[in-house]
Design a protein around this ligand. Structure first.
Ligand SMILES: Cc1cc2nc3c(=O)[nH]c(=O)nc-3n(C[C@H](O)[C@H](O)[C@H](O)COP(=O)(O)O)c2cc1C
Length: 142
């Protein structure tokens, strides 16, 4: 399945996590385009069958700054017939754990995409969740 993973990342954790997920998808035999949202075009989503979006959560705006314009443009896009899922890192030390991931998932669903996996949300140090994240990507691709 032609797959794109688009992430926004401020400190780099979401980028690391997205790399793990992309590796899992590749292990399942998929061609994956991994893109920082800064370089992504909303129209290019139409070229893919499977769309994964990732954002960390930052109070008080929730969706990460770079991802925010993309997220807003997405409201005017139809993704009917496409498969999708959302993921991201967060920290349970904050009151709204991984809220941005819920926002992304809802937006994908509102666009008509089929959510094919329970969102991946990791708490704290992303490197400690490498195996789980690779496996999540692999299971989506399976
Ligand atoms: C100012 C600030 C606000 C944050 N707010 C939240 C939050 O509301 N919910 C949450 O789950 N994590 C929150 N976090 C944790 C980040 O989402 C987490 O560190 C994440 O891994 C950062 O990803 P990035 O390196 O890709 O930017 C916050 C972190 C900072 C520094």
């Amino acid at each position: 399945m032609k797959t794109i993973v688009v992430f926004g990342s401020f400190v780099g954790n979401t980028e690391t996590l997205a790399g793990y997920v992309a590796r899992g998808l590749e292990l399942a035999g998929h061609a994956v385009t991994l893109k920082d949202v800064v370089y992504a075009d909303i129209d290019e989503l139409q070229d893919y069958e499977l769309i994964l979006l990732a954002s960390p959560t930052y109070e008080p705006k929730m969706v990460q700054d770079d991802m925010l314009p993309f997220y807003e443009k997405l409201a005017g896009v139809r993704l009917d017939g496409k498969k999708a899922a959302a993921f991201g890192p967060g920290d349970t030390a904050w009151p709204d754990f991984c809220e941005a991931v819920h926002f992304l998932e809802k937006r994908l669903r509102d666009c008509g995409a089929e959510i094919i996996a329970e969102a991946l949300m990791v708490d704290g140090v992303v490197e400690e969740h490498e195996t789980r994240a690779v496996e999540w990507g692999r299971s989506i691709g399976a």
